[in-house]
Design a protein around this ligand. Structure first.
Ligand SMILES: Nc1ncnc2c1ncn2[C@@H]1O[C@H](COP(=O)(O)OP(=O)(O)OP(=O)(O)O)[C@@H](O)[C@H]1O
Ligand SMILES: [Mg+2]
Length: 294
């Protein structure tokens, strides 16, 4: 599954990390997160900075690669860091910013990666790719890696325009390179803003419909569980705003994991936001594999 929106800062990393932890802790799924962003934001959520050196040395000794070195094919085996019994991460690092500015993953490499993923990670229920925004040329090719695509949308019309462009690009690919778009997740809205939320739902539908019409894919707008936007919203919560700013406790456990484990003060509130989104995600993945066109 790839989490993408061409626009930066719309909540991709927050959504990806919450889905990963909730699916593994609450639903018992085996999850691999691949940090495909040179900003290394999701790596920062899970790994304390003082371990980076240790990881780098270990990776070098065993000839294993951080995310982008594996993705572009410098080194064959991706480094898989265990975070929980059933949660793993292939970390990124800021050094990748240099290569990722101009590098475009060639089509043949995408093919190789697809096969590589099927072999190396066949024990996973979901592989979640957290993608960078479009300022890096990586996004287009990497979107093709996923079976399903999910996109966060937040306030501001540009995140909708970016979603439209993304879908146009994805849907104009040949079928083999086309992940199923399983929906937009509204993020960072407050529950009381019901009118704003409804307006945004309407706009998501309009923009997605425009994108679909442009690439001439059959599109039937339907309501309820087949709607293009998730019924459940990733509501704004101060603890979600701070998962990266304050990620570690004294024992250096990632706060997001402790939060979803139920160990922190605001755990229940955050679980109440995250769990329905994760459940709806699974339902939509099932629908997409049954061939229901969202
Ligand atoms: N549900 C939420 N509640 C509160 N704050 C949120 C929520 N979702 C995201 N944020 C905040 O919004 C900001 C952007 O989120 P995030 O880093 O997930 O976006 P992104 O799309 O991954 O950005 P980039 O394009 O740089 O990768 C962060 O400061 C994050 O903490
Ligand atoms: Mg991000």
């Amino acid at each position: 599954m790839v989490v993408a929106n061409y626009k930066g800062g719309v909540g991709k990393t927050t959504l990806a990390s919450l889905l990963a932890v909730t699916l593994s802790l609450k639903m018992g799924r085996r999850i691999l997160v691949v940090d495909a962003d040179p900003q290394a934001n999701i790596t920062e959520v899970f790994i304390p900075p003082r371990y980076y050196g240790v990881l780098e040395r270990g990776a070098k000794d065993y000839n294993m690669a951080f995310s982008l070195d594996w993705i572009i094919g410098t080194t064959g085996n991706p480094l898989r860091v265990g975070l929980l019994d059933n949660l793993f991460l292939v970390p990124s690092k800021p050094e990748f910013m240099r290569i990722a500015k101009t590098y475009v993953v060639p089509g043949e490499r995408v093919e190789v990666l697809r096969r590589d993923i099927k072999v190396k990670f066949k024990d996973m229920d979901y592989i979640i790719f957290d993608l960078p925004p479009q300022m890096y040329g990586l996004v287009g090719p990497l979107v093709k890696l996923g079976d399903v695509l999910i996109s966060p949308v937040t306030k501001g019309v540009f995140s909708l325009v970016s979603l439209k462009y993304l879908i146009e690009d994805v849907k104009s690919q040949p079928p083999v390179d086309r992940p199923a778009f399983i929906g937009a997740v509204l993020t960072r809205f407050r529950a009381v803003e019901t009118r704003v939320i409804n307006d945004y739902r309407e706009m998501v539908r309009r923009y997605v419909k425009q994108a679909y019409s442009k690439v001439n894919v059959k599109w039937e707008l339907s309501e309820g569980r087949f709607s293009i936007d998730f019924l459940n919203i990733l509501y704004a919560h101060p603890k979600l705003a701070s998962i990266r700013a304050l990620p570690f406790d004294r024992k250096e456990h990632p706060r997001l994991i402790r939060l979803i484990k139920g160990e922190l003060k605001y755990s229940n509130e955050v679980i109440k936001i995250a769990e329905p989104v994760a459940k709806e995600f699974e339902t939509r993945v099932e629908l997409s594999t049954e061939g229901v066109q969202l």
